[in-house]
Design a binder for this molecule. Sequence first.
Ligand code: SF4
Length: 145
Amino acid sequence: MTKNEPIYPIRTAAKLLNISVHTLRMYEKEHLIIPFKKSTSHRLYSQSDIDRIKCIRSAINEDKISINGIKTIYSMMPCWEVMNCSKKDRSNCSAYLLHSGPCWAVKGDDTICASKDCRKCSVYQDYGECGSIKKFIRNKLTEKE
Ligand code: SF4
């Protein structure tokens, strides 16, 4: 089983994180997490989701970053580099042009990501842990040196 396998029902995830179900739902509504949605509309969470939420909790409680602040940090992730978007793709994409939220929250219906399942995307799966966005940017800059 991989870390991205959705296995925990919402009550179990909330218990593991020592938070309320309401808080988990709020994080989803704010686009900080993308839980797996079963056909019954019940949510399932993976170990990666749990790790991501621990980082979110730490940013809120220890670093005093607001939810809007976390969304802005996520918006700084250069998803266009990961997805290898062309200049034309970028010119039409809110994820490239704006900084109001993560790419999966602002992507437009007419972009190359429109029909993609963001939960399965490397941008969501690989850069949810604390420090991973900065590490990605640092590696990119080192490549250019
Ligand atoms: S598929 Fe979704 S998560 Fe991946 S870059 Fe596009 S909008 Fe972002």
